[in-house]
Design a binder for this molecule. Structure first.
Ligand SMILES: [Zn+2]
Length: 279
């Protein structure tokens, strides 16, 4: 073997060692990335009015906890008026205690951390201005403290339709929005409203009351059957509110009609100042 050939052989050996080293580095990193969940370090704060309202977005809460995000759930009211045809509960303190336990179970199933506030269902509307307004103002201030403490990356709440048009839903969504708008937050936060596509609603009045045109619902989050299954396990915790005969299969079939997508409208702030209404 001449010197040139020997030198070439040494070079090739060195190169193959480098190649092996680089390949193992890539493989090692891939394994590391695979072991890491995609949304670790991210925090979602979902704020709704009543215990069981969270079921509207439960599949995506399950999805994001599965994918490593921390989900913090705030339920504003006690659900004291949550009587229905399925059960013979009486409105009041006993039902409040029942629903508080049900809510803990539901949050637990979703892997969410729960803050269940103590505002009255229907926000003391029956007490008129002097009852309702201080109650509603206190919500805004308490939500501000919670948002400052949780420091979420994402906020999810009701839009102006309140999902079902319920006055508590609409006021809770408006309160979250007011807190969001009230100041410059140290940490950037995105605000999303749960949305129902108008095209998925048949009745003409209902489309206006609680539908949104698809051009606004640009955040479309898909979820898996596993997430849906966890959403059902969570929903079943709200025993006082649901048809005890509801099966997991019925629940999953109903949601599958929406192609396992939850629609949200992202709050968008103007990007620049203007001195005209018509620009
Ligand atoms: Zn509700």
């Amino acid at each position: 073997m001449n010197h040139k050939k020997a030198a070439l052989l040494i070079l090739m050996r060195r190169h193959s060692l480098v190649l092996i080293f680089l390949t193992s580095l890539i493989l090692f990193n891939t394994v590391e990335v695979r072991g890491q969940k995609p949304y670790e370090g991210k925090t979602i704060l979902a704020v709704f009015a009543h215990p069981d309202d969270e079921s509207t977005v439960a599949p995506i809460l399950a999805k994001y906890t599965r994918e490593g995000a921390k989900v913090h759930l705030v339920i504003v009211t006690d659900g004291r008026y949550g009587t229905n045809d399925f059960h013979d509960h009486i409105a009041g303190e006993t039902l409040v205690a029942t629903r508080r336990e049900e809510m803990k179970c539901a949050a637990n199933q979703l892997g969410a951390e729960l803050t269940h506030l103590e505002y009255h269902d229907q926000l003391k509307a029956d007490e008129g201005y002097d009852g309702h307004v201080p109650h509603a103002r206190a919500i805004v201030l308490e939500l501000k403290d919670i948002i400052e403490m949780v420091r979420p990356d994402v906020l999810i709440t009701w839009g102006p339709d309140g999902g079902s048009t319920h006055m508590d839903h609409r006021l809770v969504g408006a309160s979250v929005t007011q807190v969001y708008l009230s100041k410059q937050w140290e940490k950037p936060m995105s605000l999303f409203y749960y949305g129902t596509p108008s095209e998925s609603i048949d009745d003409a009045d209902t489309k206006i009351l609680r539908g949104q045109d698809m051009k606004y619902l640009r955040t479309k989050i898909s979820y898996s059957t596993e997430d849906l299954s966890r959403a059902f396990d969570s929903y079943k915790c709200h025993y006082s509110q649901i048809d005890p005969k509801l099966t997991k299969e019925e629940f999953i079939n109903r949601r599958n009609k929406n192609e396992r997508i939850i629609y949200l409208r992202k709050f968008e702030a103007p990007s620049k100042d203007s001195d005209s209404l018509f620009d």
